[in-house]
Design a protein around this ligand. Structure first.
Ligand code: ATP
Ligand code: MG
Length: 419
């Protein structure tokens, strides 16, 4: 062990488990790529203002969880705590919304940072794959994203997840609801901080996980009963399109999300095997965000799925991913055969065969141990005498059967045996 450990709340992705993270990222990205979403990558840090304005001062993310720093040049930056504000910033900066048809569809995959109380499923460094459809108001987009997340989870073999759906209304109907809810909350027995939250962002109080708060919220007025006709019609269309695709969801009239910029459609994916960190992903419509960060009106919708929690969910369900074996051929060079064997390994790799070899000048016994440990199906063994005859020994690691193969026929023989 070295003197150092990974910082609190972080962990390293290490083989073989790291292969699951790659597979999860790919499984989430594949249906997006297949649906017109282009890859976007933004910096790991941004101007802190982007998040305080875009995500909202009163959110947990901005008020408690952001890693901020001041550079030597005096710039105030934050490690990105989420992806949406950055992606929208990048799209506006590149004028993507002016260059072609709307919506602009983008997806991303990367690391995010939040100063949280570290526990299972909740880390200070974690990864997300996210998708955003920018610049169009169409229930088909909201539905598309919900269906694509469902497809991604299912392609991984995940079963024990649920989709929760709600509408948060818009600037027409939310203000009246907000006041009604506020009046209701003022009458409850709440601690000071929660009462303060009720004044700044009363909807957030609905999301309070504490049982003593939830108990008092049983009779809270529901936004569902206050939606304006346009929001109601929009929401019904989203529900109908998702239903028609055969994707099962649950209406959750108390579902709100932690970010200020959400309007109308809001949804969360939860998994039953994760204890209290049950959200594997979430998202919704954010029609006001672009204007909040200085852009034009660009109604948009998106989601972010947590890679770490998805891996935990797969493990909780005992799903084994079909992750390809890393090495097909393992080569062992004896005596002076090393340069030739090294050349053969290079040739195999260039031919697309996964190949590795024994390093460090080991003898036959040690090198064959490496071959066994690699899990390779075939071993190539060659010493001076083999090379003098122009052959190498090709060994089937399962049956133990061994044949002499001419040097220039190795790639072909390996291909035949692996097929
Ligand atoms: P939570 O309510 O669990 O804090 P959140 O609402 O803050 O989640 P989002 O900002 O919507 O989460 O992020 C989307 C997804 O990213 C979450 O559903 C989760 O899977 C993942 N995620 C968020 N924060 C963390 C974290 N600290 N560690 C691991 N995964 C996380
Ligand atoms: Mg959170």
């Amino acid at each position: 062990m070295s003197t150092f450990k990974a910082p609190k709340g972080t962990y390293d992705l290490i083989p073989p488990r790291s292969a699951k993270f790659l597979a999860v990222r790919e499984a989430i990205a594949a249906p997006l790529r297949n649906s017109g979403y282009g890859y976007v990558e933004t910096p790991g840090f941004e101007n802190v203002e982007l998040f305080s304005r875009g995500v909202g001062e009163s959110t947990d993310i901005v008020s408690k969880e952001m890693y901020t720093l001041t550079t030597r040049g005096g710039d105030k930056l934050a490690l990105r705590p989420e992806g949406t504000a950055s992606v929208l910033r990048a799209a506006l900066e590149a004028n993507l919304h002016k260059q072609g048809n709307l919506p602009v569809k983008l997806y991303y995959s990367g690391s995010y940072y939040r100063y949280e109380r570290a526990q299972a499923g909740r880390y200070r460094h974690f990864s997300q794959v996210g998708a955003e459809a920018i610049g169009a108001e169409d229930p088909a987009l909201d539905a598309e994203l919900i269906i694509l997340a469902d497809q991604a989870y299912r392609s991984l073999g995940l079963k024990n997840f649920r989709i929760l759906l709600n509408s948060l209304g818009d600037k027409e109907c939310r203000p009246a609801y907000r006041e009604t809810l506020q009046a209701f909350l003022r009458g409850l027995d709440l601690d000071e901080e929660t009462l303060r939250r009720a004044e700044i962002n009363p909807l957030r109080v609905l999301d309070d996980k504490r049982p003593e708060v939830q108990k008092q919220l049983a009779d809270a007025p529901l936004l569902r009963d206050y939606l304006c006709d346009a929001c109601k019609a929009y929401h019904e269309e989203v529900r109908a399109l998702v239903t028609a695709a055969g994707v099962v969801f649950e209406d959750d009239p108390k579902l709100v999300r932690g970010l200020d910029y959400y309007t109308r459609t809001t949804f969360e994916f939860v998994h039953g095997g994760l204890g209290s960190q049950s959200a594997v992903g979430g998202g919704g419509r954010y029609d006001g965000l672009s204007e909040m960060i200085g852009g034009p009106a660009l109604p948009s919708v998106g989601w972010a799925l947590g890679v770490d929690r998805t891996v935990l969910a797969l493990e909780a369900e005992g799903v084994e991913l079909d992750i390809a074996r890393t090495t097909d051929v393992f080569a062992v060079a004896l005596g002076d055969a090393k340069p030739t064997v090294f050349g053969l390994v290079t040739e195999l790799r260039r031919a697309g065969v996964s190949a590795d070899m024994s390093y460090g000048g080991k003898g036959l016994k040690g090198a064959m141990k490496d071959a066994n440990r690699s899990g390779a199906r075939l071993a190539v063994v060659a010493g001076d005498r083999d090379l003098a005859e122009g052959v190498v020994q090709l060994k089937d690691m399962e049956s133990g059967e061994q044949t002499a193969v001419p040097l220039d026929a190795l790639v072909e023989s390996v291909r035949t045996k692996l097929a």
